[in-house]
Design a protein around this ligand. Structure first.
Ligand SMILES: Cc1cc2nc3c(=O)[nH]c(=O)nc-3n(C[C@H](O)[C@H](O)[C@H](O)COP(=O)(O)O)c2cc1C
Length: 325
């Protein structure tokens, strides 16, 4: 499957953009385990054009991560166009537009999933962004605002006509937020619409290699995108690929492999964020990497209270020596 000139494998597995999760250190790990396409956390167009330093930093992408997209959101067409131009300068492989974020502060102001309530504006905004950049533009959205407005089939065609190069659909409505279960039947319908020529990437609730296979086999999507299931399990990309190739599950990671993974992630986190933030933001990841180890309570507490990077590394090494049964 290709997105414009971006060449991807036959059954590509994408890492979902996730605010506060898919920073460069986490992306590095997901790439290591085989994520085929990744995105930055979403970037607020208004903050970008005001030159907010923290927002600008979100545009940083490295060659190791390619292909990678920068994702933008906002409610103002001019701001989004300017932001797309700035993002283009950062040299990602594509620009993705977020029409799916359900968070109240964002959606009720007309950005993210809020755009599902103003389709003429959504189409106009997309057209203008496509015109403003020489990079491929893609869209990520949901099925509709709520169950009375399941408009994805209609808007998929209209979005395609704007010149976007791929569409990612999260099988929920805005009203569902992250609750209930993702409805893949509508994603499948969009994919199987004869008039749809652009790749369709399905998203929502993929948390096992079996579900990944079902998404490809049953719904025919061109790619799948995995979000929450990557927490503590960034190797799910490898597990999915192994299952698709061999029809059986990969052996579980050993504690030694998990320790290596934790160290690699920790090192990248410090490299990217500095010692203080790097240590702090790694805590929840470390805990999730070692979830399920018996009698781990005391060690867990140490992992979330130790501040010095060298000491955290010592703790991780201690886990390997003392919990490896
Ligand atoms: C913590 C968190 C942050 C998210 N941030 C973004 C974001 O920045 N941009 C976006 O398009 N979607 C965002 N999402 C939605 C995910 O990309 C994805 O569509 C959703 O989690 C469903 O996929 P999953 O069931 O595989 O997690 C976020 C989801 C979570 C849980």
């Amino acid at each position: 499957m290709n997105i414009d000139k971006i060449v991807l494998p036959e059954y590509p597995v994408f890492l979902a953009p996730m605010e506060d999760v898919t920073d460069p250190s986490f992306r590095h790990i997901c790439k290591h385990f085989g994520a085929d396409m990744m995105y930055t956390e979403f970037v607020a167009s208004e903050a970008l054009i005001r030159d907010v330093k923290k927002t600008f930093k979100k545009l940083e992408v490295s060659d190791y991560e390619r292909p990678i997209g920068i994702q933008l959101y906002g409610h103002n067409i001019d701001a989004m166009v300017d932001a797309a131009k700035i993002a283009t300068e950062a040299n990602p492989d594509l620009i993705d537009i977020n029409y799916g974020c359900p968070v109240k502060k964002i959606a009720t102001r007309g950005a993210g999933a809020g755009m599902l309530r103003d389709i003429p504006k959504m189409i106009k905004m997309t057209e203008e962004i496509v015109k403003a950049t020489n990079l491929p533009v893609t869209v990520k959205t949901r099925l509709g605002w709520d169950s009375d407005e399941l408009i994805i089939e209609d808007i998929a065609e209209r979005l395609q006509d704007t010149g976007i190069k791929a569409l990612t659909i999260h099988g929920r409505t805005r009203a569902q937020m992250y609750k209930g279960i993702a409805d893949w039947t509508l994603i499948g319908k969009v994919k199987n619409n004869q008039r749809i020529k652009i790749p369709i990437i399905g998203n929502g609730d993929i948390d096992s290699p079996q579900k990944a296979k079902e998404a490809f086999d049953k719904y025919g999507v061109d790619g799948i995108m995995v979000g929450r299931a990557t927490y503590g399990r960034p190797y799910i990309f490898k597990e999915i690929k192994y299952f698709l190739e061999h029809g059986e599950e990969m052996r579980p990671l050993t504690l030694k492999e998990k320790v290596e993974l934790a160290k690699m992630h920790f090192t990248k986190s410090i490299e990217y964020k500095g010692e203080r933030r790097g240590v702090y933001e790694m805590r929840r990841h470390l805990v999730s990497y070692f979830k399920g180890i018996p009698n781990f309570k005391e060690m867990r507490l140490k992992l979330v209270t130790t501040n010095e990077p060298e000491k955290v590394i010592e703790l991780i090494d201690f886990i390997l020596k003392n919990y490896n049964n």
